[in-house]
Ligand binder design. Structure first.
Ligand SMILES: NC(=O)c1ccc[n+]([C@@H]2O[C@H](COP(=O)([O-])OP(=O)(O)OC[C@H]3O[C@@H](n4cnc5c(N)ncnc54)[C@H](OP(=O)(O)O)[C@@H]3O)[C@@H](O)[C@H]2O)c1
Length: 288
């Protein structure tokens, strides 16, 4: 029986990860607030994190907890490093080398100018968020029994529409009928949290070391996705106005950071769910 310490269990990805690992062995779910039966711990506190590791003696640690809003990170670089980098360093020094560590990283470590990106493509993040994830990757680079999994924009479900990320936003915008400018420049590859959680389990079971990419099946701009989803849901979409200029935001985003995930496919993980099918599943589960 393998004991898994799941750091960030109540988040968008953490909820699906908890489900995916429940049949793997005992899971100790950890979050900042201790919601949904998780254990409350602030992993920015190095002593608290070391104490967790000492007590839980995990065979596997999944490090998901992070600040993931690039605009927040841009304005708070020091605070960002407290959560996005330091816990990786603490785990590197406190977790026995025989325990497996999986760290979730991002396509934002790339600048988006020469896609698709392979695992060994040069990284050049445009934002504090991307830089912080790159620093955490570097802190773990030569640790044994370590997997770094880079994923792009996550989509998925949650207990209510407000917890459904992009899907929830499109539905609420469509219902509002307001005219809304939507980016038609940046390429985005929505990737289902449930598929990512399965990819994590796949990599842990195979004891796959090193960097891996995992990505949804196809990319399009936010505008193109918004129209496709609105149509599928039976909403009018004329209210969505394509913006052919990048909408200014505090953090720069890569233009097209599409990930080549041939390495994990070659290991045998080929299933990916197309975004419209994710929408159907999320809505069916919300209704249920
Ligand atoms: N979402 C995306 O589109 C996306 C894309 C690429 C990569 N990623 C990466 O995927 C990972 C998971 O992202 P997500 O979208 O699931 O994030 P999320 O929804 O914001 O969830 C963050 C999780 O971390 C926990 N947490 C936050 N601060 C903590 C602290 N100080 N101590 C302990 N736990 C803390 C939160 O607990 P509380 O709920 O109690 O606050 C929550 O469980 C991140 O590493 C992110 O960088 C995400």
């Amino acid at each position: 029986m393998q004991t898994t310490l799941l750091l960030g269990s109540t988040g968008f990805l953490g909820r699906e990860t908890l489900r995916a690992f429940e049949s793997f062995g005992p899971v100790i779910p950890v979050s900042r607030t201790g919601a949904h039966g998780s254990r409350a711990a602030d992993i920015r506190d190095a002593d608290a994190l070391r104490g967790l590791v000492r007590e839980a003696r995990p065979d596997v640690v999944l490090l998901l907890a992070a600040y993931r809003d690039p605009d927040f990170c841009e304005g708070h670089p020091d605070e960002t490093r407290r959560l996005n980098v330091e816990p990786a360093r603490v785990l590197r020094e406190s977790l026995p080398p025989s325990s497996r560590l999986l760290f979730v990283s991002t396509d934002y470590v790339f600048d988006g100018e020469s896609p698709p990106y392979c695992e060994d493509s040069p990284r050049a993040p445009l934002s504090e968020y991307g830089r912080s994830k790159m620093e955490a990757e570097d802190a773990l680079a030569d640790r044994p029994n370590t997997t770094i999994l880079r994923v792009p924009l996550l989509v998925g479900g949650g207990p209510s529409l407000r917890d459904c990320g992009f899907i929830g936003i499109v539905m609420e915008d469509a219902r509002s009928g307001r005219e809304i400018q939507v980016d038609n420049v940046l390429m985005r590859v929505p990737t289902w949290t449930r598929d990512v959680a399965r990819a994590m389990r796949f990599l842990v079971e195979r004891r796959a070391d090193g960097v891996f990419h995992f990505s949804g099946p196809r990319g399009a701009t936010r505008y193109a996705w918004t129209v496709e989803i609105a149509k599928r849901l039976g909403f009018p979409h004329a209210q969505f106005i394509p913006s052919e200029a990048i909408i200014p935001r505090p953090a720069r985003r890569p233009r097209d950071s599409t990930l080549n995930d041939g390495k994990i496919r070659a290991l045998g993980l080929t299933a990916r769910t197309d975004f419209p099918d994710v929408v159907d599943t999320v809505l069916a589960e919300l209704r249920a």
